[in-house]
Write a protein that binds this ligand. Structure first.
Ligand code: PEP
Length: 256
């Protein structure tokens, strides 16, 4: 049986104290009426993490960071360590998001070091990979995705302590999505590559990300090999995010 799905909301550089309270109170209200059949994570901007952790305490919602530094501390102005994220109450951290790869020139080696730092701090890294439109048009999707996965996975990662997010860059925030057949093909490639590198990938959660919304979530989450979603824009509105959470098929928990 496939692993329990994970729906993670990436708020990016959006939100305020007021919107965090409103969104999380609304989500907690939904959860009070219907226990989700999947794991639910919200990833606010770093300064909102303590407030988010306080609001979701004793609920099934977990909080994640959007990035972390590879070092536990030091002279790295503006960065946040994985150890601090863990101390604040985060359970996961996104690493290697395509916006960080593009805006900050992050390489696979840097993403690998960040994912290693996350694991050392006891966090689950959500390691993002995905091809650009130019890669896709040139028929390089498989090569790029396999290369990013191989280069971004740290030695200590395994199918239970790490999560992979397949996010075609051209699908992020554009309203465009790959065909279901393309999503299935790339997720199969990721699972096969992971299994070759790590011995097994049966329990690995591979999320799809890129323009997931309430209206397409059920179909995307039903694609074989899709174990959840990383959601950007649609995670900023409680009702829309809840539609995605509700669309996730209920499955067994991943045991570590
Ligand atoms: C993302 O940023 O990870 C993302 C998938 O964004 P969106 O859902 O807005 O396409």
């Amino acid at each position: 049986m496939p692993p329990r799905p994970l729906i993670a909301g990436n708020w990016k550089m959006n939100g305020s104290s007021d919107s965090t309270k409103a969104l999380l109170v609304a989500l907690l209200g939904e959860i009070a009426t219907m226990r989700p059949g999947c794991d639910v994570v919200v990833c606010p901007p770093a300064p909102l993490i303590p407030l988010a952790c306080q609001l979701v305490r004793n609920s099934p919602i977990r909080v994640g960071g959007q990035d972390c530094h590879a070092k536990p501390k030091g002279a790295h102005t503006g960065d946040v360590s994985a150890t601090l994220l863990a101390e604040l109450g985060c359970a996961v951290v996104i690493v290697g998001h395509s916006e960080r790869r593009a805006d900050h020139g992050e390489t696979d080696a840097q993403v690998q070091a960040k994912a290693a730092a996350a694991l050392s701090a006891g966090l689950t890294p959500i390691i993002c990979i995905g091809e650009t439109e130019a890669d896709r048009d040139a028929g390089r999707t498989e090569t790029v995705v396999a290369r990013q996965l191989t280069g971004s996975l740290p030695p200590g990662a395994d199918m239970v302590n790490a999560v992979i997010a397949y996010e075609p860059v051209w699908a992020i925030g554009t309203g465009k999505t790959p065909t279901f057949a393309d999503i299935e093909r790339v997720h199969t490639l990721i699972r096969d590559t992971f299994a070759r590198l790590k011995g097994s990938a049966t329990d690995l959660r591979i999320l799809y990300g890129g323009s997931v919304k309430g209206s397409n979530a059920a179909d995307i989450l039903a694609v074989p090999g899709v174990d959840g979603a990383l959601v950007g824009g649609a995670s900023l509105e409680a009702a829309e995010f809840w539609k995605i959470v509700s669309a996730a098929p209920a499955r067994r928990a991943v045991t570590s």
